[in-house]
Write a protein that binds this ligand. Structure first.
Ligand code: ATP
Ligand code: MG
Length: 475
């Protein structure tokens, strides 16, 4: 499928530029100081020259397009749907762009709702599917300032000026996300060179990258997300400003950051995404407390293992939760902070609680963590000091805890990363596999002096002090 796409794109590229279907519009952008390149060239790729078939498009998206077209409006599938179809993938959803205003479009779909303030979007419900319908966005001109607002950092706060397909295309983020497919003629419309960038496997910002990042710093994360997901390179001019502008991520609302982080790290490409975020110096602005620990090889390993685990589970259709991933990403900093507090004489259990509180609070200023994830995250941490204590009924009770499985997986990860020696994880593995008698025997046999869950963290090396979280604590 992919090879046939490349050959169709190549075929299309080699065609004379003067064909009927490839019209040079040469439109000069008006009133748009934000764009360095003021010319766009429309290229229309006819149905036989691209790999998209309407059979690959959801019935709901086709219905939305049809209804808009029948009412006299234009309607295109745009964004990830077109991009992923061209790459032979299965889009997770389809977005529709139209020249109908949200109010006009709303008339056509029973029960449709207009949502969003920053961008007003129509949610059209067809059967069980919700299709996002967006009105073509326009350039901002002087008379329309009330509809588009910018912050002191150049960030776009509102952007509800309507326009045509061309102005809509240049307001999108990357060229590969600005391809439009319509069932009215079955063509792909390309104003920004997206087809060629799909062929070259490049994430290229439309317009001046620095300006576009300042308008919306989340675009920095999106560049990395698409590069990792599609296995594309970030085009050099698009990558160049990332390092310098990374601090602008501070201006993004923590709730939006949390959503973006889930898309970055929990979509099956977490390891590669992390490497790219690290390479482009974005990571310290997402997880500063994790980033500060990464010169410790065990912390780096724990981070990579947690992400690899998440990627594998997604590939195997297993459940993943942000609680586990956040627990792992924040753990090295908590570990260090706990040790610091214990060195000041605070006992291990309150030291862990205080450390967890401090690091969680610090993370919350960067990304929100909804309660439904922060509570289990804390439970996973708490249970790390309970898993070594297996005497009497404790092991049986621990296994009934709703967070046992996650805490046990987390323990295995810590052992694998080298933070603590192996042994306790194996004990728990066998305990779960044993029958009732076997378990009773195992509890009786718990060695008084091990296996140890003793930390080998930097502060602990050289045997300065015994880590009270060790695996032999039977009290
Ligand atoms: P995914 O497969 O992850 O959904 P997508 O490309 O569809 O990828 P969305 O976040 O669903 O991404 O956005 C849909 C489209 O809206 C994008 O393809 C892009 O054209 C446009 N878009 C989204 N976010 C931005 C942004 N921050 N700046 C400019 N354009 C954006
Ligand atoms: Mg999408």
């Amino acid at each position: 499928m992919f090879n046939s796409l490349i050959s169709t794109i190549k075929r299309w590229h080699s065609k004379p530029k003067t064909s009927d279907a490839q019209e040079l519009a040469g439109n000069v952008a008006k009133n748009s100081p934000k764009r360095s390149s003021s010319k766009t060239r429309r290229v229309v790729v006819p149905r036989n020259d691209h790999a998209i078939s309407r059979r690959d498009i959801s019935r709901a998206a086709l219905t939305v397009m049809k209804r808009l077209q029948e009412a006299g409006f234009q309607a295109y599938i745009v964004g990830g749907g077109v991009r992923d179809l061209l790459l032979g993938g299965h889009p997770k959803d389809f977005d529709v762009a139209t020249d109908a205003t949200p109010e006009q479009a709303k008339q056509l779909f029973r029960g449709a709702r207009i949502v969003g303030r920053r961008f007003r979007i129509l949610h059209a419900r067809i059967g069980r599917e919700v299709i996002e319908v967006t009105t073509f966005r326009g350039h901002h001109s002087d008379g329309e300032e009330h509809e588009a607002q910018q912050s002191e950092h150049g960030m776009l706060l509102r952007d509800n000026v309507y326009g045509d397909l061309e102005s809509d295309a240049v307001r999108r983020d990357f060229t590969v996300n600005a391809l439009y497919y319509t069932t009215d003629g079955f063509e792909v419309h390309d104003y920004t060179g997206g087809m060629s960038d799909i062929e070259q496997r490049l994430i290229r910002m439309i317009g001046d990258p620095a300006t576009r990042y300042k308008e919306d710093p989340v675009r920095m994360l999106r560049a990395v997300r698409f590069a990792a997901k599609l296995d594309f390179d970030i085009e050099p001019n698009t990558a160049a400003p990332l390092k310098e502008l990374a601090p602008l991520l501070r201006n993004v609302a923590p709730a939006r950051m949390f959503d973006e982080i889930l898309k970055l790290l929990m979509s099956g490409h977490g390891v590669r995404t992390f490497e790219l975020l690290h390479q482009h110096k974005l990571w310290p602005h997402l997880f500063p407390d994790n980033a500060a620990q990464l010169d410790n090889p065990e912390a780096l390993e724990l981070t990579r293992l947690a992400l690899r685990n998440t990627d594998l589970r997604i590939r195997n259709d297993q459940r993943v939760t942000p609680a586990f991933l956040y627990a792992a990403l924040l753990w090295p900093a908590i570990n260090a902070e706990q040790q610091f507090l214990m060195d000041k004489g605070i006992p291990p259990v309150p030291a862990l609680a205080q450390a967890a509180q401090k690091i969680t609070n610090s993370q919350l200023t960067h990304t929100a963590i909804p309660k439904r994830f922060s509570i289990p995250m804390r439970e996973i941490w708490d249970m790390q000091s309970r898993l070594p204590r297996r005497g009497g009924e404790r092991a049986f009770r621990l296994m009934e805890h709703p967070r046992f499985r996650a805490a046990y997986d987390f323990l295995l990860l810590r052992e694998e990363s080298g933070e603590i020696p192996k042994g306790l994880g194996q004990w728990w593995t066998e305990f779960q596999q044993a029958d009732e008698d076997g378990r009773t025997q195992m509890v009786r046999d718990v060695p008084r002096n091990g296996p140890k869950g003793k930390s080998r963290g930097r502060r602990n090396r050289g045997g300065r002090r015994r880590n009270p979280r060790s695996g032999n604590d039977e009290s």
